[in-house]
Design a protein around this ligand. Sequence first.
Ligand SMILES: [Zn+2]
Ligand SMILES: [Zn+2]
Length: 274
Amino acid sequence: MLRATLLGTGSPPPNPRRRGPATLLSLDDERFLVDAGSGVGAQLVQAGLRPYDWPRIFITHHHSDHTIDLGHLLITRWIVGQNAPLEIWGPAGTRRQVDRLLDYLAWDIEVRRAHMHDRKPPEVRVTEIEEGKVMEAGGVRVSAFLVEHGPVKPAYGFRFEGDGRSVVVSGDTRPCENLVRWAHKVDCLIHECCEMAKTSWYPGCGWPTIEDKIRDLASYHTQPDQIGLVAEESRAKELVMTHLLPASDPAELCAAARKHYAGPVVVGEDLMAV
Ligand SMILES: [Zn+2]
Ligand SMILES: [Zn+2]
């Protein structure tokens, strides 16, 4: 069965209980990783995947909380001996970001190669995506669709279909009509719920008051009182919430979602399979 494992259900603030955004999709031995948030390497190992077997990667958007460990995956997979090119699919700009990452890693790569026999530098195959079918492998069809994430354009969500099951991963987005269309009757909707009312604030952080910060960031994320409507309008068969802030309360999130959505509601936890 096509399954999703929530590797990281957190957001930018470090939270030992919730690693950065990352979701693993699998059907038998075919695997697809969505995003590479902080801690994703250790979470892949926890999910049973040795660095040698770390899979192809799909990036939703270039906010750092979704890409910060891309370099870790790339270099560690190569250090342990994997020579097959790492495949990365992502929005416009992915190739430039990967080139910069390889540039950053170049010194380390050369120092290590000097002690290795017959070893080429790591190879990366980047495909910049547009809305629609992205690829198909092992009976799983992967499609990307545009979401609304304010300052970040383009930002994508992904739909996976295989073996009679469908899973949508929202990426970061405010409530989005295009997502509702792409998630129509999906078996499992994994949707962000970045509850800005629970954010922190410090003087000099870029917003004059905490109210300003909440208003601004809530305009490009989905809030607890909105997420049930998204699930209901898309007629998703199950809602799984992710991208949570450390102060968010799972029982409160559940109750908020259930006001508008009658289906099963799950508050994601790291390493949970859905
Ligand atoms: Zn984002
Ligand atoms: Zn994010």
